[in-house]
Ligand binder design. Sequence first.
Ligand code: IMP
Length: 428
Amino acid sequence: MPVVIVVGAQWGDEGKGKVVDYLTKKAEIVARFQGGHNAGHTVVIKDKKYVLHLIPSGILHKGTTCIIGNGVVVEPSALIGEIEGLRAKGIPVKKNLLVSKNAHLIMPYHIALDKACETSKGKKSIGTTGRGIGPTYVDKMARSGIRVGDLLTPELFMEKLQANVRHVNVLLKNLYNQKGFSAKKIFDEYAGYTRKLSVHIADTDLIINRAIAAGKNVLLEGAQGTLLDIDHGTYPFVTSSSAVAGGACTGLGIGPTKISKVLGIVKAYTTRVGSGPFPTELHDATGELIREKGGEFGATTGRPRRCGWLDTVILKHAAMINGLSGMVITKLDILDGFSTIKICTGYRYRGKLLTEMPKELGIFENCIPVYEEMAGWQGSTAGISSFSKLPKEARAYIKRIEELVGVRADIISTGQKRDELITLREHF
Ligand code: IMP
């Protein structure tokens, strides 16, 4: 009856979708706790590719209840698009998908504000996904947000909407020189969404806590990653939600005493999309090779991801902040064929060796990585499902990561498909 949290230990895109899909085999509930459709989780089942943004990847398993928690921000047309896309592929989406009444709605003006704000920042832009995530969380914290549950009481919805539109139109017109929005138009559009979504709207905190009390297996799926977390990431180059394990408790309404394990997903190298510091980034042919081999292009925006060697300084930070009980190392096969592989073990800053991630952006941006070099492996690890069958250099690489991060590797993923992984420890 464990409650297992899965979080990204880097800057997102670690391959959480596949891991969640694998763990869901034994989970009765899978729940998202933060972020929105800025996330992109890719799962490949029998050569069919599914890209999910908002719906937990658990939806691909029969009999699993999927929850979109209160900590998530929901763009209803994107959610409906995803539901319809899954149905078209033969995946049933009915009462097996539940959305919290307390989740905040992304409104059209949030998207306009996100884009306008990014454009106005010029070279200093964050490189957001342009999905309206930040402005929606701003309204949530300002206590003026509109929640999914408000869709069910049209008068209240309209009242809040009118107040917000009045405010936002002043901003859009005066600050960004843009056209404003009509509350009536948005109201009519969202009424259409309500008709399609009302069956899914629920008190998800009750449902999930009752399931935990009944001893069911529950999986909590993080989006983005620790270094994109609003508090513990590379602020301000972060997303606007709590992407760390603590976010699972507030983002679903589960007490910390109910959590059994926290799994950190670690890609065998590092990637990042958008702006911000990235000490081990490679601007050379090796970086290009990793990007091509690893298919490192955003699942949501298609942007090429920045690529570099594994950084164990940020991983130690992720292990601490999340209280990781285990790691899942993904995409090991992408490193096949390299003669040497580098692991970052510290940074050099103005002649000083740093072994912890600096909080100051100005320092972090100017850190030079200190590397340890390991022998690569020439054979293929693709699809290997037993640790002993890995080339000895690949085993040594995994062991060294465990030593440096201080957390054991529980699962190693060796390919895109469901069964291409090595399980060293079961979680349910
Ligand atoms: P936002 O979440 O759209 O506001 O974007 C803020 C930052 O987080 C940008 O650097 C994005 O590229 C990054 N980001 C947001 N979602 C993801 C994700 O799912 N994977 C990787 N990076 C992401």
